[in-house]
Design a protein around this ligand. Structure first.
Ligand SMILES: Cc1ncc(COP(=O)(O)O)c(C=O)c1O
Length: 408
């Protein structure tokens, strides 16, 4: 193609850049996500990427075929604002089948661009400047950004690994984090990055605090079907007095190994869904036309499919965990999710997880993520690092072999 003679190309180095700071002060300090940095490092060095949590195998053929079929049969334009009726019905049926939660697919279910947009929509749609959100740290990195974009504040409650190797929180710290400005309690169970599943007692405690202070609970349950044998996922909306104040968020990405499709949802009482939709409609409006029927097909798969996910991922976590232990890390065994966290200090006494992750690709050809990026108070996670196990066994074995060279 010939370029118009009127358009002159200015080399980047000579471009005049405005003196104004382009970045909103709300996003000061957020920079590029660690996943982008570490994934770029993996590509650049050819290292095995155990940083970002995406599976390296495809999900069920029925789900993939349904997307192909939808594209071929013309589902390629804007879907309806709240999501296709078929997918909203499938989400409602899923909540009824697994948790006995009854939802009206027309007013109580909203399809979003992944759980990420459901979270952003909920936070932007519910919070005013100066409001406060209580959440546990470490936390999925979009939480802090979503809260900041809403002009609100995070009041973090620490999840710390105990002597038993599991993550716990101090109930008094939770109570103390709630102030008169707190409007939302943002919960994530099963939890990324710790792999913790909040047990019945912990859930009851969180619910009691929410009820006492009349908080809205936004609960991120994207790993609901990746729970390992021995642990049980208790959805917040099933606790007494909680259905009426809980917005539940999930996504097809983890359950069907389709993280790139970004089909998520938010469901719960109509006013909470409406507030979320008010913001969501101005973010993407809609997305994923042909993927919505495919995720609906996935949600209709038989119980055996869902029941098989947790044990299969548990075996991978075990494989990776054994290797991490052999490499010399202190491993906090996860109860769910794609992730295993380790304390690096036995191998690296300075406890600098960020420095270790930046050098790991050149040291041994593996990429991991420093947990400090998941903390509002990074010093609490400085010595912790996260590895993802959602990879083929051969890839995990190769990664473990490479990690073993760290202590030699
Ligand atoms: C806890 C948690 N919430 C939300 C998301 C984002 O989900 P989605 O890819 O559906 O936007 C992730 C993805 O890693 C996650 O770990």
């Amino acid at each position: 193609m010939r370029r118009s003679p009127w358009i002159r190309r200015t080399p980047p180095s000579l471009r005049v850049v405005t003196a104004r700071e382009p970045l909103t002060s709300k996003l000061e300090g957020f920079g590029t996500t660690i996943f982008a940095e570490m994934t770029a490092l993996a590509v650049e060095t050819g290292a095995i990427n155990l940083g970002q949590g995406f599976p390296d195998t495809d999900g069920p053929a029925v789900v993939l075929d349904a997307a192909v079929e939808a594209i071929r049969s013309g589902a390629n334009q804007y879907p309806p604002g709240p999501g296709t009726p078929e997918l909203r019905r499938a989400i409602a049926a899923h909540q009824a089948r697994f948790y006995d939660i009854e939802l009206d697919p027309d007013t109580e279910v909203l399809v979003t661009t992944g759980a990420t947009e459901a979270l952003a929509g909920a936070l932007l749609g519910m919070l005013d400047a100066g409001d406060e959100v209580v959440t546990f740290e470490p936390m999925f990195d979009s939480y802090a950004a979503g809260i900041a974009l809403a002009g609100a504040r995070v009041n973090p409650v620490l999840l710390a690994p105990g002597e038993d190797g599991a993550y716990h929180f101090d109930p008094d710290a939770l109570r103390a984090a709630v102030t008169p400005r707190t409007k939302v309690l943002l919960l994530n169970t099963p939890h990324n990055p710790t792999g913790k599943v909040f047990d019945a007692e912990e859930m009851a405690l969180v619910a009691a605090v929410a009820i006492e202070h009349d908080l809205i609970v936004v609960t991120d349950e994207v790993y609901e079907h990746l729970v390992f044998p021995g642990a049980t996922h208790v959805p917040m909306a099933t606790l007494p007095g909680m259905a009426e104040r809980t917005l539940t968020i999930s996504s097809g990405g983890k359950t069907f190994s389709t993280t790139g499709w970004k089909v998520g949802w938010a469901c719960g009482p109509a006013p909470l869904v409406a507030a979320t939709r008010s913001a969501k409609q101005f973010l993407t409006y809609v997305s994923g036309g042909p993927f919505q029927p495919a995720i609906a097909a996935g949600l209709g798969l038989d119980d055996a499919y869902f029941a098989g996910l947790g044990p299969a991922m548990a075996a991978k976590a075990e494989r990776l965990g054994a290797g991490l232990r052999a490499a010399g890390f202190t491993v906090f065994a996860p109860e769910a999710t794609y992730f295993t966290t380790v304390d690096i200090r036995p191998l690296r006494p300075d406890g600098d997880g960020m420095a270790l992750c930046r050098s790991l690709p050149s040291l041994c050809g593996v990429v991991a993520v420093p947990n400090q990026v998941f903390y509002a108070r990074p010093e609490h996670g400085r010595h912790l690092v996260r590895f993802a196990c959602c990879k083929q066994d051969g890839v995990l074995d190769e990664a473990v072999e490479r990690l073993a060279t760290l202590s030699s």
